[in-house]
Design a protein around this ligand. Sequence first.
Ligand SMILES: *Cc1c(COP(=O)(O)O)cnc(C)c1O
Length: 247
Amino acid sequence: MTSTPGTTPVPDLEQRLDGVLGRIESAAERAGRDPREILVLLATKTREPGEIAAAVRAVHERGWRVAVGENRAQEIAKHEDPALAALESELGVPRHFIGRLQRNKARDVVDFASVIHGVDRDGIIDALARRAELAGTQRDVLVQVNTSGEESKGGFVPSADVLADAVTRIRATGVLRPVGLMTIGAHTSEESAVRSSLRLLRTLRDELADPQIVELSMGMSGDLEIAVEEGASIVRPGSAVFGPREG
Ligand SMILES: *Cc1c(COP(=O)(O)O)cnc(C)c1O
């Protein structure tokens, strides 16, 4: 604990991280899953490169699979930092993009992220594919599904037919490889609503029955346990690791 006289001690990064990994581990055990199969994708939002690198190293040292999740294309340039570059080359830690995708940012996203979550409409598939072709590269993508029906959220409607069409379109690009589904759980304190939104993602994946669509990216700081119980293969904790965001 780091503490200043007269204030409540605040847990430091490693303590918060151990708390998060402990939550994932217990949920996995309850669900009869091997916790180390789960990829811990740290949602970095506006954090500083040094802080991100410290968290990634700590997760890696504890024997977990870890990746860096960038939320904002504007942050990418800032994250072209030696501390983060070293993580990729030394530890083989990949970088994923998990933010809202914009067509005019397709270039930045394709250039730095090996996995792109949140592919949520046809226009973005075309924009990413064009950039990947120009760059002579291929990228793994996850199709975002709006499992809660909340208007503020992006994503395809939760229909296996609609998703199958999106997967076909992605695959037809030849440069984007669909590997799974992604969602943001229902924004409510009602556990049953959160659980149904996350369970729906798994049901849709199973209905698709596509041997390449295996990943389920779901679970943030507030709903990690539910996500793991419902089959998440990638969880995306942010504030529970880095502490509450300022401003
Ligand atoms: C911010 C964000 C997260 C992390 O959210 P926390 O509540 O801070 O854990 C995960 N996924 C996406 C897509 C996000 O935008």
